[in-house]
Design a protein around this ligand. Sequence first.
Ligand code: ADE
Length: 251
Amino acid sequence: MSAAGPWTATVLTLFPEMFPGSLGHSLAGKALAAERVRIETIQIRDFATDRHASVDDSPFGGGAGLVMRPDVIDSALRSVVMSDRAKRSGVTEGSDRPILYLSPRGTPLTQARVIALAEGPGPILLCGRYEGVDQRVLDAWAMEEVSLGDYVLSGGEPAALVLLDACIRLLPGVMGNEDTTAEESFSHGLLEYPHYTRPADWAGREVPPVLLSGNHAEIARWRQAQAEAITRARRPDLMRAFEARSVPARK
Ligand code: ADE
């Protein structure tokens, strides 16, 4: 919690009823109930100006689908920024919150970006539908385009839920066990080593004996070797980056 209140995400969407969705449960649900986190939604359609309340139109140049109008999105964003300014009385500059547009065209989301977003005041997220959003409003607001991966979702909303989940679990006091986040996948640039619990022998499959040895140094070495082997097999891109960081640069 900062002087300006809890970490707050503001989601611009045509489907505000999709929020908090899955974030109303489990860890995020508890954080919302305890008001450690706020998720505000803004109905983009409320900013339409014509009598049909249209938010989209056919693309210039032809083609299938509809494109979200820049003027309507601009008005919705202005309302968020004005209300941010009003909350920080005396501040006349724009919002200090990052504005993200969720799109398969964006830069892939990483744990590093999630950590930075969780450390800030909370993002403004624009969720598109249809074929996308008029490029001019993305440019005018210098929006950061973020993708969850190389596949196409039906809209930005499920992507926004995932991004928010990843941020909220990192907020102070939400997870309870800070060690869990320090050890997990990506925190050291590697995928996680495998985990085992009771029973020690399940359906003829045994737990790796080193884990029952009580030798903590051996266990740590085994886990590191497993993490490196799994990362090398599944994500050679991450392994190359890890090795480049671990080998000191030579002149
Ligand atoms: N909207 C549609 N597909 C998406 C994706 N892969 N990532 C983020 N936003 C999206």
